[in-house]
Every structure is written in C-alpha cells, then in structure tokens.
Design a protein around this ligand. Structure first.
Ligand SMILES: Nc1nc2c([nH]c(=O)n2[C@H]2C[C@H](O)[C@@H](COP(=O)(O)OP(=O)(O)OP(=O)(O)O)O2)c(=O)[nH]1
Length: 161
C-alpha cells in the first residue's frame, strides 16, 4: 500500500545564483536542498511553498511569483511512502536570508552546485531546471535512502503533470 504525501520544494534564484539550504535534521540531513516541506490540510500548494520558504530561509515570496518547474515523486519502498514534491522557482522575493532550526542557507553559483552533498538524482534534474524545462520524475529509494530506480522526463506544459 502506498501513502502519498504532498510536499513542496522552492528554488530561489538571484541572477546566476541559487539559494540552497543545508538540512540540519530529519530526512535528507547533511544534504543541500531547496526549501519546503509537507502541505498542511486545507492548504494549497503555493501557500504551503511560501510558508515553508519563510520558516526555513526567512525569505518571503508572493504565491503569484512561484512558478511551477517540476513534479517529482520520491517513493520510499520500505515504508510505502511516496513524497509528491511540487517544485517551484522564484526570482522575486523579499526579506533577509536567515538560518533556521531546519536549514542553513547559502548561495551557490549555478555552475558550482554541490551535487556530491545532495540527493543523488538532483544532478539529473537541476540542469533541466536551469534550462527552464518542465520536468516529471519518479525516483525509488531503499530504506537506507539509496536510489535504485529513476524515471525522468521533460514535459511540454504543466497539464502533463
Ligand atoms: N532534492 C531532493 N529532495 C528530496 C529527494 N528525496 C526527498 O525525499 N526529498 C525531499 C522531499 C522533502 O521535501 C524533503 C524531506 O522531507 P521533509 O523536510 O518534509 O522531512 P522531515 O523529516 O524534515 O519532515 P518535517 O518535520 O519537515 O515535516 O526531502 C531527492 O531525491 N531530491
């Protein structure tokens, strides 16, 4: 039996730089990632994305400035949990980048992404995001969070999600 959990992943861009956060606890600890988390009951995706961004990075974004860039399904086969990560990008935001209990943010040049300290599949879809492609992915992980299967494709429009 699968249990689907909706979550969000926000990528903040400033010209040729992207803001990533070092995850300080929980799933993915010790790795750089975008900002996000689980969607709460009754919350729409963009509202959840903006809330998590604020909580984890200190930055505020209007939901109208969040652009869909991809949909990634992360299945943890041992538990049957499938995280449905809705990936957004934003180039307009306000506030001061602030470390939180969950994330230590840092700007990276898009030519110098720390892939070796990130989820292993990110090296495949980050370049699609940099080329402004829409993408869909389905990754399966073992109980040790090691990826053993990956499907990734480029889409023409969001309706294909
Ligand atoms: N970039 C990337 N992110 C991933 C991959 N696999 C994976 O679970 N994630 C993300 C999805 C989630 O947003 C995040 C971990 O979930 P989370 O932040 O909700 O987990 P947590 O245990 O800290 O839970 P919470 O207390 O914040 O609710 O990791 C991956 O392969 N690449």
């Amino acid at each position: 039996m699968h249990r689907y959990v909706q979550c969000t992943l926000v990528q903040i861009f400033n010209d040729q730089k992207i803001l990533l956060g070092m995850k300080k606890r929980g799933l993915g600890v010790g790795m750089w990632n975008g900002f996000g988390g689980k969607v709460e009951a009754g919350e729409d995706l963009k509202t959840a994305a903006a809330r998590e961004l604020k909580e984890e990075s200190g930055l505020e974004v209007l939901t109208s400035n969040l652009m869909e860039v991809g949909l990634l399904l992360f299945e943890f086969v041992n538990s049957g949990v499938v995280l449905e990560a809705n990936v957004f990008r934003a180039v307009e935001y306000k506030g001061v980048v602030t470390e939180s209990e969950e994330m230590r943010p840092c700007w990276f040049d898009i030519k110098d992404i720390p892939y070796k300290d990130m989820w292993v599949d990110d090296v495949d879809w980050f370049p699609l995001m940099f080329k402004q492609k829409l993408f869909y992915g389905f990754m399966k992980f073992t109980e040790k969070n090691e990826m053993f299967s990956q499907e990734l494709k480029v889409l023409e429009n969001v309706e294909e999600f």
